[in-house]
Ligand binder design. Structure first.
Ligand code: URA
Length: 212
């Protein structure tokens, strides 16, 4: 597993506003969207391209286009949806699949409650969107699902990651070089409720409001 922490003054600035509890949902959504485009820039460095012949107003030349099969973007419901538009703006030819996952508080097993993905992912480059890499269990389940179905490689884009979650992914995914995590920051730790500290709170609630 490779880890890339996207260090940049603009990312640090936007992340600070995102963390601030006074930031309203509308601004939060806008900043999350902007941050994703910056993370996507880092996360798509290895996206496969192929030569394409074009004609400029001056001459013929050979450029690059995103190669097939089309990359697959997989937001984890619900909070991953807040990262979708920023990602597809950067990668407009990508297909989008959805995974709804949650952790059973008693068994601690990750349960998949929604799955809208192609069965055969052979050769696909996959991009998981989940703003918070907290315990890492959901991410491990999502990565394993994609690799088990033939994905060529998996890039996880997260706004924040906890050291505990990174360790869990590292232990589970270990030596697989075709998995990378791209995050805007690695925070201090998880608290007793598995929230990232200092974090930004519940990303789904901050994006979409609290559901009763
Ligand atoms: N999920 C969130 O939304 N926030 C956290 O801090 C941890 C998990």
């Amino acid at each position: 597993m490779r880890l890339h922490v996207a260090e940049h003054p603009l990312i640090a600035h936007k992340l600070t506003v995102l963390r601030d509890e006074r930031t309203p949902s509308a601004t939060f959504r806008l900043l999350a969207d902007e941050l994703v485009t910056l993370l996507a820039y880092e996360g798509t460095r290895d996206v496969l391209v192929e030569d394409v012949e074009i004609t400029t107003p001056v001459t013929k030349t050979v450029g690059k286009q995103i190669a097939g099969p089309r990359p697959l973007v997989v937001p984890i419901l619900r909070a991953g949806l807040g990262m979708l538009e920023g990602m597809t703006r950067m990668l407009p030819t990508a297909e989008v699949g959805f995974l709804g996952m949650k952790r059973d508080h008693e068994t601690l097993e990750v349960e998949t409650y929604a799955n809208r993905l192609p069965d055969d992912l052979s050769g696909r480059q996959c991009f998981i969107l989940d703003p918070m890499l907290a315990t890492g269990h959901t991410m491990v389940a999502a990565i394993n699902y994609l690799l088990d179905h033939g994905a060529r490689d998996v890039t996880c884009l997260c706004l924040l990651a906890a050291p505990e979650g990174l360790e869990t992914v590292q232990e589970a995914i270990g030596g697989r070089a075709n998995v990378q995590i791209v995050t805007a920051a690695v925070d201090e730790c998880l608290n007793e409720n598995a929230y990232i500290v200092p974090g930004l709170g519940d990303a789904g609630d901050r994006l979409y409001g609290v559901l009763d």
